[in-house]
Design a protein around this ligand. Structure first.
Ligand code: UDP
Ligand code: MG
Length: 334
């Protein structure tokens, strides 16, 4: 269903130790918002919502100051570092607006695609995915691991939009339904396609990080990928069952053969191979299986505890009347 502009738009950006890049990010996103307002596409209640994910540098000080000097900025400070996905959620669920766009703070996602996303929303899309046209600026390692991950997920039947990260627009309606997904190990990229609704894609070139360094070390990348895998697929568990079955059949056959040799042929020579080999083999298989089970049990453990996914410490959000005091416009309450 097409929407009549101007719309109220919020742009949510999680920030973790981003003091190096934040001033430039705020400048560029403000310019985009200003342009969209001039074009009559968004109204003046629109804003960027900067979520400070428990940064240890001056990120919050910068956000706080920007809230007071820039009419397009409001800020949310989380009580501690909750991780990218949870910081994103905090922003998505706190921000007002007919549509909310999520964006990384490091300017890797082209802010010029925002206008196109808004156009698709106005035309009636509830979900607009930002898709990378090329990612040759990412390191070879990041690129190949990402490709491998998308392949595995696809093979397991998990619907993912490839080369789409967390740069997307969600309508108010889509956001309201997103709230009903209460899982703690939230993998937004997999959940959003499950929402349904009409969707569109907007293509952009991924740039290099503007400043600062990646906040996603290998450790976080692995845990993120494991979360994605285990929250959408029981395939690894099923593999264990299949493996267990094969080993069991093999063991039955082997026992029959051993019994036959021992009882009827008298050729049974004591050998270490037949004793040691199965020991190693079965030990390995069992450990592997236990590990995979452990992964799932760990997830169940954290879901059952149902702890809050984020805790907000402060919200700085001056009312619209104070934000856009246009000189000579008469009453500030327009
Ligand atoms: N981020 C966050 N909390 C974290 C880690 C990252 O809010 O614990 C933010 C970070 O500030 C950035 C976005 O998530 O805006 C993506 O992180 P980054 O650019 O470091 O990841 P990469 O692009 O290297 O995958
Ligand atoms: Mg980045």
């Amino acid at each position: 269903m097409p929407v009549k502009p101007p719309i109220q738009l919020s742009i949510v950006m999680p920030c973790y130790n981003e003091e190096a890049v934040l001033p430039e990010t705020i400048r560029r996103v403000s310019a985009v918002l200003e342009g969209l307002r001039a074009a009559g596409k968004i109204d003046e209640r629109s804003r960027m919502v900067l979520v400070d994910d428990g940064s240890r540098d001056r990120t919050w000080a910068l956000i706080d100051a920007a809230c007071r000097s820039n009419p397009w900025v409001s800020g949310i400070k989380l009580a501690r570092n909750h991780g990218h996905q949870n910081a994103l959620l905090a922003g998505l669920f706190t921000a007002a607006g007919d549509a909310v766009i999520s964006l990384d703070a490091d300017l890797q996602d082209d802010v010029n695609a925002i206008g196109e996303m808004v156009d698709r929303f106005i035309e009636g899309a509830d979900v607009v995915y930002g898709v990378r046209r090329r990612r040759d600026l990412d390191s070879l390692f990041k690129r190949s691991t990402a490709r491998g991950f998308y392949r595995v997920m696809n093979a397991l039947g998990v619907k993912l939009v490839s080369d789409h990260a967390d740069y997307r627009l969600l309508s108010r309606r889509a956001l309201d339904h997103l709230r009903d997904f209460r899982e703690v190990n939230l993998f937004l990229r997999g959940i959003v396609p499950m929402l349904g609704f009409s969707s569109a894609c907007v293509y952009y070139d991924r740039a290099d990080r503007h400043a600062g360094e990646s906040k996603y070390p290998l450790r976080k990348m692995i845990s993120f990928a494991l979360n994605g895998l285990t929250s959408f697929s029981n395939f690894p568990l099923r593999m264990i069952t299949a493996l267990g079955f094969v080993v069991f059949v093999f063991a039955l056959a082997a026992s029959a053969w051993i019994l036959y040799v021992a009882l009827f042929t008298g050729r049974a020579v004591p050998g270490w191979a037949s004793t040691a080999l199965p020991m190693y083999l079965l030990g390995g298989v069992q450990l592997l299986c236990l590990g995979v089970m452990g992964e799932y049990i760990g997830r169940i453990y954290s879901e059952v505890k149902a702890r809050p996914r984020y805790i907000i410490e402060t919200v700085v959000d001056p009312p619209p009347a104070e934000r856009h005091r246009v000189e000579g416009a008469g009453s500030p309450l327009r």
